[in-house]
Design a protein around this ligand. Structure first.
Ligand code: APR
Ligand code: PHB
Length: 392
């Protein structure tokens, strides 16, 4: 098998990259180790930055998002039993975000592929990337029990944090940066109308809580739990009781309960791999960087990477110049580190660190209080949340 761009992984990064290349008239083949049903059901975050929404629309993948997605113009911060709303358009010159689940973005991109896109092979597991520094990089993979080789001009590792692409970068040439948090998120989906019309991020002495949603009739909620917690250890009633405590306010707000249809635990980690390129191998999305979910940046960073890469590959085809490909890693990393900083700040401002001192607890509240009192501080949060520009 031979193609121009071999893409490993059919998460949002790989699927969108294949779409952007298809629209630009560049061939690709996508290899995905899981089956289609698995990829379409995996529960992930659900906030699209303004820039991501614009990219999906321009790529022709925004029709259902525009029908079913929910535009959100702000979020609420809760602390000390108080509530403070951060108004995005007012603070950012009109920017907002869209609540539309990552799973749905993937379904839409897969459906487009099936209509007219590049070959997308499910249950095709990449085993290794070879010859990254030659003119003919290759991906060895196994599909339906048989080993095969995909010969490419370029290989892109969109294979998530545990993929194989990154392993093709020699240790002596790459560097990893990591921070592991001592807590996780217990997430639930519940068949009940969201108890608030915008997302609520709550800081409480018992730990963080988040109220989010998937639709006008489905709520998505999260609780900070100790790292290593088993989702089954929490009964439905215990989850609702704990959400009640952490989201409680002084003004009589109440949390609606409903049947819990899904429960899972997500560990929290920040990580960056530098550089994001080795010869003709490029890394994009979770393969290159992980953020804790607090800032809802994971999918949006992946989109930024593949937009930058698709532009660089198109520029190379049209002009013969590899300048944008050479700049790919540095261009992406600048934005990645801003998102890492934002996600870290949101995470450490809102979660109860088991080792925190009472002094640090008070500082957390002071940081939140500052946002509620200062337009400059609120603007910083609103700019970060709605997204760092793609063109930086
Ligand atoms: N061969 C083929 N496919 C692989 C391999 C392999 N060896 N290893 C992993 N994959 C596939 C996974 O099954 C998955 O479908 O790569 C895909 C990676 O997708 P994601 O993990 O969704 O990563 P990405 O596309 O970068 O999206 C980033 O997803 O993980 C969330 O929070 C993250 O929202 C962010 C977004
Ligand atoms: C979600 O709805 O899954 C979600 C929303 C906001 C976050 C993280 C996850 O910060």
């Amino acid at each position: 098998m031979r193609t121009t761009v071999g893409i490993i992984g059919a998460g949002p990064a790989g699927l969108l990259l294949a779409r952007l290349l298809h629209n630009a008239g560049i061939d690709s083949v996508v290899l995905e180790s899981r089956d289609r049903a698995y990829v379409e059901q995996r529960q992930r975050a659900g906030i699209l930055e303004q820039g991501t929404v614009d990219v999906l629309r321009a790529a022709g993948a925004g029709a259902r998002m525009d029908r079913e997605g929910l535009r959100h113009d702000g979020v609420e911060l809760r602390f000390d039993r108080r509530r403070h709303r951060v108004d995005f358009p007012a603070l950012t010159g009109g920017r907002s975000v869209m609540v539309y689940a990552q799973t749905e973005v993937c379904k839409d991109l897969i459906a487009l592929h099936a209509e007219d896109g590049a070959p997308l092979l499910f249950e095709a597991e990449a085993l290794a990337v070879e010859g990254a520094t030659t003119d003919r990089p290759r991906v060895r993979f196994r599909h339906q029990g048989t080993e095969d080789v995909l010969e490419c001009d370029y290989v892109v590792g969109c294979d998530g944090s545990w993929g194989v692409a990154r392993k093709a970068v020699p240790d002596s040439l790459g560097r990893g940066f990591e921070r592991v948090y001592p807590y996780s998120w217990l997430g639930i989906l519940a068949d009940v109308a969201p108890s608030h019309d915008e997302l609520v991020y709550a800081r409480h002495d018992r730990g963080f809580a988040l109220l989010s949603m998937r639709s006008p009739s489905v709520s998505r909620l999260y609780l900070q739990v100790p790292a290593g917690t088993d989702a089954g250890a929490w009964s439905d009633e215990e989850i609702w009781d704990e959400l009640d405590r952490r989201l409680e306010t002084d003004d009589g707000w109440t949390l609606r309960r409903g049947p819990i249809t899904q429960k899972s635990v997500t560990p929290m980690r920040s990580a960056v791999h530098e550089p994001m390129r080795h010869g003709r191998l490029f890394l994009a999305g979770d393969a290159a960087h992980i953020v804790p979910p607090t800032g809802a940046k994971g999918l949006n960073l992946a989109v930024g990477d593949v937009v930058t890469l698709a532009r660089a590959l198109t520029h190379r085809r049209d002009t013969g110049s590899g300048a944008l490909l050479d700049a790919y890693s540095a261009t992406c990393l600048r934005r990645v580190w801003q998102a890492e900083r934002f996600s870290y700040d949101m995470t450490t401002m809102l979660h109860r660190d088991p080792g925190a001192t009472p002094f640090e607890d008070r500082l957390q509240v002071a940081r939140l209080d500052r946002i509620s009192q200062s337009r400059a501080a609120a603007t910083d949060l609103a700019e970060g949340y709605t997204g760092f520009p793609l063109d930086a």
